[in-house]
Design a protein. Structure first.
Length: 166
């Protein structure tokens, strides 16, 4: 079964810009439904980025996402090593700070790619980031996905893939 692995910006940008929790109940009800069905998940690193903010988004996540929604990444270290190896091979392109941020153990980006690399046929990264292959000061998730043959898409494409509306 295909599963869509959500980046923190899926939640943050939806809440702050497009689908505020207090206005767009249909969006958030659909996310909860898809999470309960196991069609959308995320990882522990995203949880760390969303929690401890004491805001409406954290409250919504705590109250609406299943306990098993955030997957443990400790078992994907071989795939994480592949992502790390790719990133380091690009050290002539990316600035040191960009690589340090991307590979920071507390940051979700490289782990999202690694998690999907474990099962690239059935796992898709869902991010609002856009590929910027010439950018040197930030490693973008789509560029890592392209290099490692991991599928990625934005929120709307995910809903279209799933045939869902809200």
């Amino acid at each position: 079964m295909s599963v869509y692995v959500l980046d923190s910006n899926f939640f943050i940008q939806a809440h702050r810009f497009h689908y505020p929790i207090d206005v767009a109940a249909g969006f958030w009800n659909k996310v909860r439904q898809l999470a309960e069905q196991g069609k959308v998940i995320s990882i522990d690193k995203v949880k760390k980025e969303l929690y401890n903010k004491n805001d409406a988004l954290e409250d919504w996540c705590r109250n609406n996402l299943p306990y098993v929604f955030f997957k443990d990444t400790s078992a994907i270290m071989a795939s994480y090593a592949q992502v790390t190896s790719w990133a380091m091979s690009r050290s002539g392109h990316y600035l040191p700070n960009a690589l340090n941020e991307f590979l920071d153990a507390d940051e979700a980006d490289a782990f999202l790619v690694a998690y999907c690399l474990e099962d690239p046929v059935n796992r898709f990264v869902v991010t609002q980031e856009i590929s910027e292959p010439n950018r040197q000061n930030k490693v973008k998730i789509p560029d890592a996905c392209i290099a490692l043959n991991v599928s990625y898409m934005n929120t709307i494409k995910m809903f279209r893939h799933l045939g869902e509306t809200f």
